[in-house]
Design a protein around this ligand. Structure first.
Ligand SMILES: Cc1cc2nc3c(=O)[nH]c(=O)nc-3n(C[C@H](O)[C@H](O)[C@H](O)COP(=O)(O)O)c2cc1C
Length: 222
């Protein structure tokens, strides 16, 4: 990262710490729409951590009820939901096939904020997955073909062999999106915004989706 970028981030951080003294989250001033509220918080988080503000913990659970969590990257979001991409044969994808209920958690330490999103997932359309896959760097595209994500691997060299084989196979041509790779969209029914405050007396606002597709907001104890 360039020195100028570091300086800009330091400046932003110092103004943020002053702002944190004043940080508050009230029903009256929060956006009535949680997706717009998310967009406001996410924009600031991205300014402070352009590389990883979109990292989110995704929790799924097996059919026996065993939860499992891992980080994935948020690649898109709107009124319909929150999108991430992965291997459809991975552990998370198998669990989501059995039980589409899932959770996301964002933690933006620079602004002392957490967002939790609860909902169920659907696969995104093939066209959407292919369009996103086309934007990835070639090395990641080849990697997506080579890795049977979550399966056991005897030696790292075995992975490298597969990478070499796919590089050869796709030499001189665009790498297509593997049929076993694509996106999921988490359709939220609850979104909680958590603003850290002094003495652990944090603000928590939970938005709950009504049967009419509107949102109700409730305040939770810290
Ligand atoms: C910062 C970060 C971002 C990641 N983003 C993704 C992602 O977008 N998609 C993905 O499949 N794995 C991503 N991973 C790897 C996952 O955490 C995980 O190791 C992988 O998806 C296999 O998980 P599973 O075996 O539970 O399916 C990321 C890891 C880190 C640390």
């Amino acid at each position: 990262m360039s020195i100028i970028k570091k300086l800009v981030i330091r400046l932003l951080k110092s103004s943020i710490s002053r702002y944190l003294d004043e940080a508050k989250l009230y029903k009256a001033t929060a956006n009535a729409n949680p997706v717009r509220q998310f967009a406001t918080w996410f924009d600031l988080a991205k300014q402070l951590d352009p590389e990883f503000a979109n990292a989110m913990v995704l929790s799924t659970s097996s059919s026996s009820g065993q939860p499992s969590s891992r980080l994935v990257l948020l690649k898109d979001f709107d009124e319909h939901g929150f999108v991430f991409y992965t291997n459809y044969g991975s552990r998370k994808s198998c669990e989501l096939a059995d039980n589409p209920q899932a959770n996301l958690v964002f933690w933006w330490k620079e602004v002392y904020r957490q967002v939790r999103v609860e909902g169920r997932v659907e696969k995104v359309s093939r066209a959407e997955s292919e369009a996103y896959f086309a934007t990835r760097v070639r090395g990641s595209q080849i990697g997506a073909w080579a890795s049977r994500q979550s399966s056991t691997l005897e030696h790292r060299a075995d992975l490298q062999k597969k990478i070499d084989a796919y590089e050869k196979k796709f030499k001189g041509q665009e790498v297509p999106c593997p049929p076993f790779w694509g996106g999921f969209r988490l359709l939220p029914h609850a979104i909680e915004f958590w603003q850290g405050r002094e003495n652990r007396l944090h603000d928590r606002l939970r938005y709950l989706r009504t049967d009419f597709g509107t949102w109700e907001i409730e305040r939770l104890s810290p």
